[in-house]
Design a protein around this ligand. Sequence first.
Ligand code: ATP
Length: 210
Amino acid sequence: MIGVYGGTFDPIHYGHLRPALEIYQRLALTQIRFIPARNPPHRGIPSASAEQRMAMLRLAIEGQPGFVADDRELRRPGPSYMVDTLRSLREDFPDQPLALILGLDAFLGLPGWNRWEQLPDLAHLIVSRRPGCRSRWPEPLEPFVRSRMVGEPRELNTGPEGRLLFLDTVQLEISATAIRTQIAEGDDPRFLLPDTVLDYIRREGLYGIV
Ligand code: ATP
């Protein structure tokens, strides 16, 4: 099974990387494809360019077996809809199930995603629980969770897609927003993200570094 981890990654940090590694190991995934959004539909324009976010991603995952930087959303014009991304992955990997990995906050926002009901036709959903997030389901998610949730990773094998699994991963209270703010205010965000990524941010003068 291939993990699919989408995000803005502006910049990528340990709050992304560590839960991803835990999911990679617990589900024995063949790989996790990190896919930066070119044009995230739900938020403002990222501070770093697509190329810079991709470069930071490559630096962050360098040397980690199974972690792959995938630039398909950056090459696709228009908004980056996950449903289109999963379809294109299905074409590239017709014989391997896909597992879409989401933080709990992203899962709670799922009903706002373009054609979100189609996502389970294309992939399993793996939700890593993130600190500080509620877990009462807004209305459209309630029946979704009830009908699709499985309790154990092995139950994902009962079908090629469409199951929903919550996995508790390490809780790291890190966000890209906080990192950008710290940098803009002249604070050092070291140890929240890989040193190689921070060096790149400094070299490129990203996020208003002083
Ligand atoms: P921003 O602060 O700019 O909104 P972010 O740090 O939340 O960024 P994104 O790139 O927007 O990161 O998130 C991509 C995915 O990573 C989402 O599914 C999100 O839920 C998850 N994620 C982000 N931070 C964490 C964290 N600290 N722990 C677990 N999952 C996280």
